[in-house]
Design a protein around this ligand. Sequence first.
Ligand code: PLP
Length: 425
Amino acid sequence: DPRTPLASLSDDELAGFLAEQQEAYAALRARGLKLDLTRGKPAPAQLDLSNDLLHLPSTATDRDGVDVRNYGGLEGLAQLREIFAELLWTSPDQVICGGNSSLTMMYSTIVDFLLFGGVDSPRPWSQEEKVRFICPVPGYDRHFSMLASFGIEMVTVDMHQDGPDMPAVEALVKDDPSIKGIWIVPTYANPSGAVVSQEVAARLAAMPTAAPDFTIFWDNAYAFHHLTEVEAKSADILTLAAASGHPNRPIMFASTSKITFAGAGVAVLAASKPVIAWYLKHLSMGSIGPDKVNHLRHVEFFGDAEGVRAHMRKHREIIAPKFAAVDEALTSGLAGLGVAEWTRPTGGYFVNLDVLDGTASRVVALAKEAGIALTPAGSSFPLGHDPRDRNIRLAPTFPVLDEVRTAMAGVATCVALAAAEKITA
Ligand code: PLP
């Protein structure tokens, strides 16, 4: 009976189960699939929702008479900053609209900390003996590879459904001044889908830290990316931190990469006014101004903050069925076997699949041989090392629905086969 946990099957039953899975896998391989669930990219149908951008802006002058074709306005177009201020619950003078990538803004923020130190830094981070960051896991691979490239050490804590393991975070920051930062994806986290609760956000904002310049990198990449009608609200970290006497602690990032065009959207940074001034001062050494034509294009396209929310509901219609298909395939293939757990996210771009300990790499290898590309096992951990080798990040947005169904049924087969191999080994 495939619904009995594998752990409670007899040796004979297990041998039978293994044989069944081997047969299913052989059939899967014979199909010669070529499917890809590796990266969280919008599907072409989602990009099509924003095709009007290709014909905008309709004018060269914005509401305030700014000629967007010319240099200047380092902080970004006022009207676009107003829209994001409303969406991110802050004021326009605490918002910068930049280029097409929030990851680039995160990178330059850390470079500025390293070279110059931040608003509350006693010295540049590069002059510290050691700089360490807290990395909730599983997390976003590019956050981790960025830190690794700077030689910043990573200390992991568990990411729970309401945010990072706070007792662990509080213990780390309390006495150790080398702990300078933490990554948080507060809304529909990559890859767990977790939403940081108000209570956890308040603790992050208020906790005593040995480093005076401890910084929360609040990467709200999926702030508006709801998959259901229940639209999670991000905790208002800027206000919480200011109210706790740590106004410069959080720096928030967001972008329209998964709202309009992933290669030609607009990135946003929000923080206290001193942090905004600090960021702009250093930015001004490398830029005379952002692409305001793209800013105006986005202003005309959205109209206002409600325009963004309405647009996100169209995305939801396209991708929610794909997430449902992932859950259906995993439930149908694996429920009851006791060899896998997965998330049913209410937003964001990923499903987090935890398989039997010690089998994630095997699952990814089996899937690859069957023509299904998955993100490498361990990607959601610093240095690509998942100590339990059980975590797999699934990204179902890019393929069409039918391909998601096919790929995920195949993944379920690989998970069951790898588990049966492991248990019978
Ligand atoms: N932050 C997170 C958590 C992401 O998952 C991604 C993309 O997958 C990014 C940032 C990249 O954002 P951008 O396209 O604005 O550089």
